[in-house]
Design a protein around this ligand. Structure first.
Ligand code: AMP
Ligand code: ZN
Length: 470
């Protein structure tokens, strides 16, 4: 049973997707006006942990992440450089995809771009106009928050705090300024615009996510994520837009991660404590140690990034990598022990239970390191058997489907070895077991273990030279 804290109800709830076995997930993606910073990656890695854990738990996840390639900031920056919006954002979109790959973040199934979904947004705004939730004023179109009874339910704003009748054009504003917000901004001199049935102009930020999430995930979907700064106004406005248009609940579980701060302070360029992933890579930081650090604080706690903490995360990760290398590089006597089976079972249960409890990563990580500690004692005492080592390696691969911090297994073997594996397969089919066993032994001496499964023979490399820790 998986439980999550739902920002909407303010409570921990049992997670049950709308369609059994399938999760429909929307995560607010980057506004591509600059390189993503490590705060953004805290959000994306939290979302990746969530998604990977759902997959590990047997769900099929359909994930949509938008790319905001038109908003106040992208327009301002492209204008400052005299570039078109598309010329300006291209560089940051490419950088974003490179960065998520570097951090082992699973790609989304769809990355809709705002500029490619203007018709969907226009359609949604037209519905809101027709239903009386939106009105036109001086060529722009605004959402009337007074018309939507549930306005403020996500950000917990009291009705008396709403600034009824006041309007705001900006995409981002404070909770104290819960105004009618712009759905469609009329064309401004020098700004990009679209010629539409609503008149020439461009969409507000919030309508982008309502239109694109519902297009790909349906009018009601399972999980919507972002950082806490997205709760208001962005997600509050998404709910108001979508629910007013469809008359249905928009999202069932809202999950928000708390912010990353640096050395106890809000990250800002003016303070000189602002880091992109690229800044850290230039300093020689191992990106997977950064991933490990970013995922190892519970998502609902503020994450204080320090170089000391990064150093410690790298050291913990090295412990795990060294453990894996020990298992891969030693040879073990045949057999298995009951004790290792029990250690793996306990660790798996604690890992799973921890993450099922609103992604309690501390419990999950202590389950892992407690296993490492116990098994290391057995390794030192030379008690570990071949089947134990194989089971432990398989277990590491399984938990790394969720953490994604260990080096990937080698994908290819030299051609002559592949030939030998084929020859052995043939020998087995011909019931020439003496030859098959001889080849198996020969490969084992070269550090390659063969496992015969129903799907055929699988191989694993068990000896690799220890590389110096990065
Ligand atoms: P943006 O590109 O500004 O729209 O942000 C992309 C994602 O990063 C959103 O989910 C934000 O909530 C999240 N985010 C922005 N700053 C931080 C931060 N300092 N810590 C954690 N998440 C953040
Ligand atoms: Zn969004």
């Amino acid at each position: 049973m998986i439980r999550f804290f739902n920002t909407l109800s303010g409570e921990i709830e049992i997670f049950e997707p709308l369609r059994p076995g399938e999760v429909r997930l929307y995560t607010c993606g980057p506004t591509v006006y600059d390189y993503a910073h490590i705060g953004n990656f805290r959000a994306y890695i939290f979302e990746d942990l969530l998604k990977r854990f759902l997959i590990y738990s047997g769900y099929k996840v359909f994930h949509v992440m938008n790319i905001t390639d038109v908003d106040d900031k992208t327009i301002r920056n492209s204008q400052a450089l005299g570039l078109s919006l598309a010329e300006y954002t291209k560089k940051y979109i490419e950088a974003f995809f490179e960065d998520i790959k570097t951090l082992n973040i699973l790609p989304a199934d769809v990355y809709p771009r705002a500029t490619e979904h203007i018709p969907e947004m226009v359609k949604l705004i037209k519905i809101l106009l027709a239903k009386g939730y939106a009105y036109e004023k001086d060529g722009s179109i605004y959402y009337s928050i007074a018309r939507f009874p549930g306005y403020g339910k996500l950000a917990k704003i009291k009705p008396e705090e709403l600034k009824i009748g006041a309007r705001i054009e900006a995409d981002e504003y404070e909770k104290e300024m819960a105004h009618d917000f712009a759905l469609w901004k009329k064309r401004k001199e020098g700004e990009p615009y679209w010629e539409t049935e609503l008149g020439p102009g461009r969409p507000g930020w919030h309508i982008e996510c309502s239109a694109m999430s519902m297009k790909y995930l349906g009018e009601t979907f399972d999980i919507h994520c972002g950082g806490v700064d997205n709760i208001f106004p962005h997600h509050e406005n998404e709910i108001a837009q979508s629910e007013a248009a469809t008359g249905k609940p928009f999202v069932r579980y809202w999950l928000h991660c708390h912010h990353l701060i640096v050395e106890g302070e809000k990250m800002s360029k003016s303070k000189g404590n602002f880091y992109t992933l690229r800044d850290l890579l230039a300093r020689g930081v191992d990106p997977l140690a950064l991933r490990f650090l970013l995922l190892s604080t519970h998502y609902r706690k503020t994450l204080n990034f320090t170089f000391e903490a990064l150093h410690q995360a790298a050291a913990s990760l090295d412990r795990l990598r060294d453990f894996q290398l020990e298992l891969e590089s030693r040879t073990f006597p045949e057999g298995e022990s009951q004790e290792i089976g029990e250690i793996i079972e306990t660790a798996t249960r604690e890992f799973r239970e921890g993450l099922s409890d609103d992604l309690n990563i501390s419990t999950a990580l202590s389950a892992i390191f407690s296993l490492v500690k116990k098994v290391n004692i057995q390794l030192q005492q030379g008690k570990l058997k071949l089947r134990d080592a194989l089971a432990l390696k398989r277990w590491l691969r399984e938990i790394d489907q969720v953490l994604a911090v260990l080096p990937p297994p080698p994908k290819e073997l030299p051609a002559e070895i592949m030939e030998k594996i084929k020859l052995r397969e043939k020998a087995r089919q011909e019931k020439n077991y003496a030859l098959a066993d001889r080849i198996r032994q020969e490969l084992l001496e070269q550090g390659i273990v063969l496992e015969d499964t129903r799907e055929g023979t699988r191989w694993k490399i068990i000896s690799r030279k220890k590389q110096s820790p990065s």
